[in-house]
Design a protein around this ligand. Structure first.
Ligand code: NDP
Ligand code: 2IT
Length: 451
């Protein structure tokens, strides 16, 4: 079948942007019946407008390393869509960052934020700066230089960045300090702030906890529970750590964690004590995951093998899989291994961790599959709750925020199923998430006229 004209146009107008094409294609395939059945979306060219960022910023970030040498990085902010609220989405600091990756992330964010039920538009930004191996002082100087430009484009009613890969509490602190100094205002311009200076309880936990709440909702539709289920988790950063924590609290058995150097497999399960070791290793000492196997003899470390066609992390026997590292980390071969091993459910903690072959393989094998824009939306939703607390000057307890998070994840779950059902996609969460997000943003764009 020939590729739809609309997708060909996206490819031609955004040459070489593979990740962006991938994200746009997936959404388009889901919303095709919605476009076919609703003339207004075609007439007002809503999808054609959605694939163009409202604004894309690209800027130089120069800073000095500890040796006094000048370093030059690239900074970006993609302000993708503001139809339902101010631009909202994380900042990623990783050497792989480029315009394609940030446009795919910003595009996904638009639908994800719509699903939360909160008034949040979509955006994403970051830099090809690599925080690995940098001193705190170097990270601070980089963040200050990055904010020297970014500050004029953001604001608590305009665009509210947060964390993503390579941007956690430390970086948000330096970025917030720089914004405040430059603009002379103390507002909730960033989320993921420290609790003493405007942050929300449960925001650090929210993406991982929300992911597990979403998986629980999925299992409940099959009258199953997480208790006793063996789980594979990739990554060992913010999302992975708190996914593992909530799995432990739910009586499940998380057995793996990884970073870009390899993964550990702990057959007996990662306990809270072992997780505390990972948190200290990654958040304070910034070490490698192999240290886990040095410390705990029950675990085996397997390094990444150059040129491997699949990731052995996904070939262990398990009930559930939670990829929480990065995009396209699960391919068709990995998904076939999961199918052979009887995996029941895969819920994405990362953004777009399954490539299209993996998604097809999961669906063909009737493995329950949740796309990141639904299952990892707890992070941005709790950022939305942080914004509400900043605006109102009030702060909620952990229990209050956690209750709201659970309610939001349940709503997203139910709305995905409802939208999928309405357009003939059965219980396909991916189609449902794309459709529910699209309809909300599309109707808002039409109501607000053409721009
Ligand atoms: P962190 O920086 O805290 O952790 C990232 C983890 O993924 C690390 O273990 C890192 O290993 C690994 N990783 C990153 N890039 C690669 C790569 N190219 N190859 C192999 N491993 C890699 O980031 P987060 O936990 O915040 O983010 C993880 C994922 O979750 C991302 O896809 C992000 O977009 C998504 N996400 C994050 C949210 C949040 O609130 N933070 C919300 C929703 C989604 P290493 O240290 O070796 O690089
Ligand atoms: O991908 C994501 O949803 C995030 N990195 C969190 C964004 C946010 O604004 O909290």
């Amino acid at each position: 079948m020939s590729k739809e004209i609309i997708l060909k146009q996206v490819e031609a107008r955004n040459p070489g942007e593979m990740e962006f094409h991938q994200a746009v294609t997936e959404v388009y395939e889901s919303i095709k019946p919605v476009l076919d059945q609703n003339e207004k979306y075609r007439k007002f060219k809503v999808f054609e407008r959605m694939v163009e960022p409202e604004r894309a910023l690209y800027f130089r970030v120069a800073w000095e390393n500890d040796k006094g040498e000048v370093q030059v990085n690239r900074g970006f902010r993609i302000q993708m869509n503001s139809a339902i609220g101010p631009y909202k989405g994380g900042l990623r600091f990783h050497p792989s960052v480029n315009i394609s990756i940030l446009k795919f992330l910003a595009f996904e964010q638009v639908f994800k934020n719509a699903l939360t039920g909160l008034p949040l538009g979509g955006g994403k930004g970051g830099s090809d700066f690599d925080p690995k191996g940098k001193s705190d002082a170097e990270v601070m100087r980089f963040c200050q230089s990055f904010m020297l430009e970014l500050n004029r484009h953001i604001g608590h009613r305009t665009d509210i960045p947060a964390g993503d890969i390579g941007v956690g509490g430390r970086e948000i602190g330096y970025l917030f300090g720089a914004f405040k100094k430059i603009q002379n205002e103390f507002t909730g311009v960033l989320t993921g702030k420290g609790i003493e200076w405007g942050g929300s309880l449960i925001r650090p936990e929210a993406t991982g906890y929300g992911l597990v709440y979403f998986a629980k909702n999925m299992l409940e539709t099959k009258k199953k529970a997480l208790k006793g289920m063996k789980c594979l988790v990739s990554g060992s950063g913010n999302v992975a750590q708190f996914a593992i924590e909530k799995l432990i609290q739910s009586g499940a058995v998380p057995m793996t964690a990884s970073d870009s150097s390899g993964y550990i497999f702990d057959e007996g399960g990662i306990t809270q004590e072992k997780l505390d070791f990972i948190k200290d290793l990654k958040n304070n000492r910034r070490g490698r995951i192999s240290e886990y196997a040095d410390k705990f003899k029950s675990a085996v470390f397997t390094p990444v093998e150059e040129g491997a066609t699949s990731n052995p992390l996904w070939s262990h026997k398990a009930d559930c899989a939670f990829p929480c590292a990065t995009q396209n980390e699960v391919n068709g071969e990995d998904a076939s291994h999961m199918a052979k091993n009887g995996v029941l459910l895969l819920a994405e903690g990362a953004n777009m961790p399954c490539d299209p072959d993996a998604i097809n393989t999961l669906l063909e094998n009737h493995i329950m599959y949740a796309p990141g824009k639904a299952s990892n939306a707890g992070g941005v939703a709790t950022s939305g709750l942080e914004m509400v607390q900043n605006f109102s000057g009030m702060s909620w307890t952990s229990e209050e925020v956690d209750q709201k998070l659970q309610g939001i994840m349940k709503n997203i779950h139910d709305n995905c199923l409802k939208a999928a059902e309405k357009y003939g996609f059965g219980n396909n969460y991916m189609a449902g998430a794309n459709i529910a997000g699209f309809v909300k943003v599309a109707d808002s764009m039409i109501a607000q006229g053409m721009y």
